[in-house]
Design a protein around this ligand. Structure first.
Ligand code: PLP
Length: 433
């Protein structure tokens, strides 16, 4: 039995290159993070060998006494991490990721072609919330369910709740989805609850991006108002790649969410759970209850604010004018460039972020904005000072994009990137294979 270097040097070399890239770059993709060595140890363990279809105590395979112990521990930690009481809330920790978790909820509580309303993708929503174009139903959600997205008020960059309410009264959705991939503000859960109640709809929050912030209570708590809360586990939460679905234990609109959701996960859409991921998730959820984690999430938010305020000082237009969470959305159109070009140029300078649609955009392929997130570099120990510098470097990159003749080498940006890549850079051990 060989280690990876001996068994497969080719894959080893690719992993080494990716590790080097992760060290070298300023990782600003809002949905990414560096998980801990402890989480990665669990994910790389023998737990991957085991089949355990079913739930703890009710499995379709033998030999599951330790897997049962693990999944039960993970469920308990998930509820504790989000301050939930076991009598009112349950959780399924088996979803393979965020999109499957969402689809599992839809198939649990809806019939094919029932109506849903989620935030439109070009306005910050996620594909799995029902995105479609005038020509094509793009995601499974919009193929199997009838989707009428709600949008932002383009003048404020905030969700247009009045329009959501008016549309919901006409469209009569069975499910309203809160949550986003590129929305720098909190959702107004009390308002959404009222709208959902007025039309007899379920209210679900997909807190994938902000679940770490929710666990640390640095943003509003969706559990107070929602019937179902889904999440990925690998973004601000800093866990392994995976998903979770939280549900109220009491029936909602006559539906027993616990059995409907558990059955939708297995046997509805999945087979054997990824026990190695559940192991890593349990480790992450223990950490999520610590004071250190709360301090980290506070820094994620204050770093993001520092970044936003420096960008504003530099004259940038931010969607909604700032940020209350871990990301900012910069509208580059007033600078005369697009997000796609800025992403490319910044990537060449090892600044990793993504192009993003901003309200009013005509094209999704060449969108007018970039999305910048603070979780990953906060994990690597960056403070507000470095986040202000990041804004300066992005500015330098944007200027380079505008004036493509200027060379990157010899710039302040290059000096700083050399430092980030050097062994002196703090918290290098946070990224390990
Ligand atoms: N939900 C939201 C709000 C997301 O931003 C994402 C991914 O970025 C997902 C769901 C999907 O997660 P996954 O890529 O794990 O399927």
């Amino acid at each position: 039995d060989y280690g990876l270097s001996e068994a497969d040097p080719e894959v080893r070399a690719i992993i080494d290159k990716e590790k080097e890239r992760q060290f070298r770059s300023l990782e600003l993709i809002a949905s990414e993070n560096f998980t801990s060595r402890a989480v990665m140890e669990a994910v790389g363990s023998c737990l991957t060998n085991k089949y355990s279809e079913g739930l703890p105590g009710k499995r379709y395979y033998g030999g599951n006494e330790y897997i049962d112990e693990l999944e039960t521990l993970c469920q308990k930690r998930a509820l504790a991490a989000f301050h939930l009481d076991e009598t009112n809330w349950g959780v399924n920790v088996q979803p393979l990721s965020g999109s499957p978790a969402n689809f599992e909820v839809y198939t649990a509580i809806l019939k094919p072609h029932d109506r849903i309303m989620g935030l439109d993708l070009p306005h910050g929503g996620h594909l799995s919330h029902g995105f479609m174009t005038p020509k094509r139903r793009v995601s499974g959600t919009s193929i199997y369910f009838e989707s009428m997205p709600y949008r932002l008020d383009e003048s404020t960059g905030l969700v247009d709740y009045d329009m959501l309410e008016k549309t919901a009264i006409l469209f009569r959705p069975k499910l309203i989805i809160a949550g986003a991939s590129a929305y720098p503000r909190d959702f107004d859960y009390p308002r959404m609850r009222k709208i959902a109640d007025s039309v007899g709809a379920f209210l679900m929050m997909d807190m994938a991006h902000i679940s770490g912030l929710v666990a640390a209570s640095v943003v509003a708590d969706p559990f107070e108002y929602c019937d179902i809360v889904t999440t990925t586990t690998h973004k601000s939460l800093r866990g392994p790649r995976g998903g979770m679905i939280f549900f109220r234990k009491d029936p909602v609109l006559g539906v027993d969410l616990e059995s409907a959701i558990n059955n939708a996960v297995f046997p509805g859409l999945q087979g054997g759970p990824h026990n190695h991921t559940i192991g890593g998730l349990a480790v992450c959820l223990k950490h999520a209850q610590s004071l250190e984690f709360k301090a980290y999430q506070n820094k994620v938010v204050s770093n993001c604010r520092a970044l936003a305020s420096r960008l504003l000082e530099l004259g940038y237009k931010l969607v909604s004018g700032g940020s209350d969470n871990h990301l900012v959305l910069v509208d580059l159109r007033p600078m005369g460039i697009d997000g796609a070009r800025a992403e490319k140029i910044l990537d060449m300078a090892s600044i990793t972020l993504n192009k993003n649609s901003v309200p009013g955009d005509k094209s999704a392929l060449v969108p007018g904005g970039i999305r910048i997130g603070s979780p990953a570099m906060t994990t690597r120990g960056f403070t507000e000072k470095e986040f202000k510098l990041i804004a300066d470097f992005i500015h330098e990159g944007v200027q380079l994009t505008i004036d493509a003749k200027r060379s990157v080498s010899g710039s302040k940006l290059q000096d700083f990137l050399n430092f980030v890549a050097s062994p002196d850079f703090p918290l290098r051990d946070k990224v390990s294979d």
